[in-house]
Design a protein around this ligand. Structure first.
Ligand code: FES
Length: 60
């Protein structure tokens, strides 16, 4: 599913970015330009990134 339609960025793209160390919306925008056009995806992109970061954590 596309998270950022303007830049054709999917949930998988965001998960992949998180696995490379992207840990903020600013970094995501820098890497994939998420939110860099209309900005309407910022909230869902942040949620998607946070979910990716949580699931990427090794079990304690
Ligand atoms: S949908 Fe992401 S910048 Fe427009």
């Amino acid at each position: 599913m596309f998270v950022c339609v303007c830049n054709a960025v999917t949930e998988n793209d965001i998960r992949s970015a998180a696995s490379r160390g992207v840990d903020s919306l600013e970094a995501l925008t820098s890497e994939l330009n998420v939110g860099g056009c209309c900005g309407s995806c910022c909230e869902i992109a942040t949620e998607c990134l946070n979910n990716a970061l949580v699931t990427a954590q090794p079990a304690a």
